[in-house]
Design a protein around this ligand. Structure first.
Ligand code: ATP
Ligand code: MG
Length: 414
C-alpha cells in the first residue's frame, strides 16, 4: 500500500516572518511590497538556506524623498539589533570625492590610511568585516568574551616565557631543571593551541553575524563605486586594500535612489513630489503598475544593466497618499503621548483640530514626503512642552495636559 503524500503549504509565512512583517507594517506605512521582500530575506537568513556567493538580499529602492526608503533599513536594524542606527550607511555622493573609496576599502600598504588587522577597529575601513558586523549584538558579546579569554591566555603565556627563560639561563646543573623545562614547554604548547582554537572560533562566529548596509543616493556614486558594488553583490565578498576579505553573504544590501521621482510625480498629475494627488493613488492597480514601469525605466536609463540585473528586487516606494500620511501622523502622535506618559506620568489630551492643524502644516511641502511631519510634531508639541517642563508648569504626575487650537495656534491648559 503506497503511503499517502501530504501536501506542504509553502506559501504560508513562518511565525517569525509574520512577526517581522507586522513590526515593519506598523512602522512603515503604505510600502507593503518592499517590506514583504525584506521579510522573505529575513526568513532565508534564518533558515540557513543562503546562496553561498551572494548577499542575503540586494535590493534597489526607488521613489521620491521622505517615503520610507531609509526608514526600511532603520526598522530592520531596530528589529534585528535593537537600534535604528545599527546599520552601515554609505553616502554614494561622498564616495565620489577623491578619498571616498579609500575610506570604504582602505589604502594599500605604504599609503596614508593603510589599516593593518592589528590596528584599532575604529580606524578600519567602512567595509571591513569588523565594522559591518559590529552592529550585531552577538558579535559584540562574543568578541568581548573571546577577547577576555585571549588576554588571559596572553598573560599566562608571558609568565611562562619568563619562567622558561630563567630556567634556561640557570643552566642544567640540576638534573631536575631539564625536566622542568620540558614541562613548561609542554604547557606553553597547549596554551598556544588553545589560543589558535579561540581565534578560529572567532572566525567561525564571524560567519554567522548579520549586517545591513545601505548605499544612499546611488545615482551620485561614480563608476568605481558601482564596480565595487557589482563585486559585492555578484561574489558576496570584497578584497580590501590591505588584502583582508570581507564576507557579505550574511548582509542585506539596500541601494536607494530618487531617479524616476519626477516621472512618478508627473504621472500622478502632481508636481508635488512625495504625495499622491488623491487618496486613492497607491491603491489603484493600473496606476501602481505604471508608476513601477516608469521608475524602472528611469533606473535603466541611469544605471548599468549588469548592476540592475544583479538585484534581487527593484522596489518602487510609492508617493504617500494623504490617508497614509494621516496614519503616519496618528502613529507618531501615539508614540509621543506614550513617551510623555512614561517620562512625566502625564496624559496628553490632544484635540482633533490640533491633529488637523499639524497635518495641514506637514502637507505643506509635499516634496519632503513624511519628513516634515516629525518636525511639525516637534515645533507644535515637543518644543512648547519641554519649555513648560523647564518652567515647572506641567501638571503633577497623574494629571492631564489639554492641547487645543486658538487662532491657528496650539495652546496648552491643565
Ligand atoms: N512610509 C512611511 N511610514 C512611516 N513613516 C514614514 C514613511 N516614510 C517616511 N516616514 C517618516 O519620514 C522620515 C523620513 O523618511 P526616509 O528617511 O525613509 O526618507 P527616504 O525615502 O529615504 O527619502 P530620501 O530619498 O530623501 O532619502 C522617516 O524617518 C519617518 O519618520
Ligand atoms: Mg533616505
Amino acid at each position: 500500500m503506497s503511503k499517502q503524500r501530504v501536501r506542504l503549504d509553502a506559501d504560508r509565512m513562518s511565525d517569525e516572518g509574520e512577526k517581522l512583517l507586522s513590526f515593519l507594517q506598523e512602522r512603515i506605512k503604505g510600502q507593503d511590497d518592499a517590506i514583504k521582500d525584506i521579510v522573505k530575506a529575513d526568513e532565508m537568513s534564518r533558515s540557513g538556506l543562503l546562496q553561498p556567493d551572494r548577499p542575503i538580499y540586494a535590493g534597489l529602492f526607488l521613489g521620491p524623498s521622505g517615503v520610507g526608503k531609509t526608514l526600511t533599513a532603520e526598522m530592520l536594524a531596530e528589529y534585528w539589533f535593537g537600534s535604528r542606527s545599527a546599520f552601515t550607511k554609505v553616502s554614494c555622493e561622498a564616495m565620489s570625492e577623491p578619498h571616498g573609496i579609500s575610506s570604504l576599502i582602505g589604502s594599500p600598504p605604504g599609503y596614508v590610511g593603510f589599516h593593518s588587522p592589528k590596528d584599532k577597529e575604529g580606524s578600519a575601513p567602512i567595509l571591513a568585516q569588523s565594522r559591518i558586523d559590529r552592529h550585531d549584538l552577538r558579535c559584540v558579546k562574543d568578541q568581548e568574551e573571546i577577547k577576555k579569554l585571549l588576554s588571559d591566555l596572553d598573560d599566562q603565556l608571558r609568565k611562562l616565557d619568563k619562567e622558561i627563560d630563567s630556567v634556561a639561563r640557570a643552566g642544567f646543573k640540576d638534573p631536575k631543571s631539564h625536566d622542568r623545562l620540558i614541562k613548561l614547554q609542554d604547557e606553553q604548547d597547549s596554551l598556544e593551541k588553545e589560543t589558535r582554537k579561540l581565534l578560529l572560533r572567532l572566525r567561525d562566529r564571524q560567519r554567522s553575524y548579520r549586517s545591513i548596509i545601505l548605499f544612499d543616493e546611488l545615482e551620485k556614486g561614480n563608476e568605481t563605486l558601482h564596480n565595487l558594488l557589482l563585486t559585492i553583490i555578484d561574489k558576496g565578498k570584497l578584497t580590501l586594500a590591505n588584502g583582508m576579505i570581507t564576507d557579505f553573504t550574511r548582509s542585506v544590501i539596500m541601494l536607494t535612489s530618487n531617479v524616476g521621482s519626477k516621472e512618478i510625480a508627473s504621472l500622478i498629475g502632481n508636481k508635488k513630489i512625495g504625495f499622491a494627488a488623491s487618496a486613492q493613488a497607491g491603491e489603484d492597480e493600473a496606476l501602481n503598475d505604471e508608476i513601477y514601469r516608469r521608475a524602472k525605466k528611469a533606473a535603466q536609463d541611469r544605471f548599468r544593466p549588469e548592476l540592475l540585473a544583479r538585484m534581487d528586487r527593484i522596489s518602487v516606494f510609492r508617493p504617500l497618499s494623504s490617508s497614509v500620511i494621516r496614519e503616519i501622523m496618528d502613529a507618531e502622535l501615539k508614540r509621543f503621548v506614550d513617551e510623555m506618559k512614561g517620562l512625566f506620568k502625564i496624559s496628553l489630551i490632544i484635540g482633533d483640530e490640533v491633529c488637523e492643524h499639524i497635518l495641514n502644516e506637514a502637507l505643506d511641502k509635499p516634496q519632503e514626503g513624511a519628513r516634515l511631519l516629525r518636525r511639525k510634531i516637534n515645533s507644535n508639541l515637543r518644543e512648547p512642552i519641554s519649555r513648560l517642563k523647564l518652567r515647572n508648569m506641567l501638571p503633577q504626575p497623574g494629571g492631564k495636559l489639554y492641547i487645543s487650537l486658538q487662532d491657528k495656534k496650539v495652546i496648552f491648559s491643565k
